[in-house]
Design a protein around this ligand. Structure first.
Ligand SMILES: C[S@@+](CC[C@H](N)C(=O)[O-])C[C@H]1O[C@@H](n2cnc3c(N)ncnc32)[C@H](O)[C@@H]1O
Length: 244
């Protein structure tokens, strides 16, 4: 059954998931790709912001404001309860996928693990087009997604799908996320090969469309080093990058 992000229980379980890999190397790579440190970057859209964790992380390292938008009132409820900051403005996205923002004003946009949750091609395309609409010319959109080439890889912190099994485009795939002192959280995701997302970005009008698969430096010995072994050689995530 599709994970229902509108349920408060799902929002609270997701909040229990500790974003070790994101914190260690994926968020910093995402922010760099999105140009959040650029001098002319002031306002950033986080589309599918969930419980606001990524927005909070952006503010730790960048002098920007963040519009954190999501379809799920429950995710936003947790976000507003846990992460109130005058530099974050939360907003609910309607069924048409539109955000309440004018055309062409934002300096950058990011999204994290949103498309992997969505089975409908049309919905994903509408989101990509909406992000394109609100960005100013020259601004960058960077989206962090699970690496579709890592199916079945037994990462210490989670595993997507079964090793050796081939998944069709858009097919449901189970993601099991490790949680401290709790059973793994099982999320029903969808398998979107890289070329599918790259095509969607181009179709929306983006240029300079590309991707990076960040891995952890092999010499890393900081926090959680013992739980991050496979990530040194195999990328759990893919960052798609595109410019308006
Ligand atoms: C896996 S969570 C990730 C949340 C957050 N980006 C993070 O990384 O912590 C996926 C998020 O995508 C949101 N989402 C799913 N479908 C959406 C849609 N059609 N439009 C906007 N957000 C959506 C969910 O409500 C949920 O908050």
């Amino acid at each position: 059954m599709t994970t229902d992000w509108n349920l408060l229980g799902v929002a609270e379980s997701y909040e229990d998931y500790v974003p070790v890999r994101e914190r260690t190397f994926a968020w910093s790579a995402l922010f760099e790709q999105a140009g959040l440190g650029d001098r002319d970057c002031h306002r950033v859209l986080d589309y599918g912001a969930g419980t606001g964790r990524v927005a909070e992380q952006i503010l730790r390292s960048h002098d920007v404001s963040v519009i954190a938008a999501d379809r799920s009132p429950s995710m936003l409820k947790v976000a507003q309860h846990k992460r109130q900051d005058p530099r974050i403005s939360y907003q609910t996205i309607g069924p048409d996928q539109r955000v309440d923002l004018p055309d062409g004003e934002l300096d950058a946009a990011i999204s994290c693990f949103v498309f992997v949750c969505i089975p409908e091609t049309d919905t994903i395309q509408s989101i990509v087009e909406e992000v394109y609409r609100v960005l100013r010319p020259g601004a960058t959109y960077a989206m962090l997604e699970v690496n579709p080439d890592s199916v079945g890889v037994p990462f210490e912190l989670g595993q997507m799908g079964r090793m050796g099994r081939e998944y069709a485009v858009g097919e449901a795939i189970e993601m099991r996320l490790a949680r401290p002192d709790a059973e793994p959280m099982s999320i029903l995701d969808y398998h979107w090969p890289k070329e599918v997302h790259l095509d969607r970005l181009r179709k929306a009008g983006f240029r300079d469309v590309g991707l990076v698969d960040p891995t952890l430096p092999t010499e890393y010995d900081g926090p959680d080093a013992d739980r991050l072994q496979v990530e040194r050689t195999m990328a759990p995530y893919t960052i798609y990058v595109a410019r308006k």
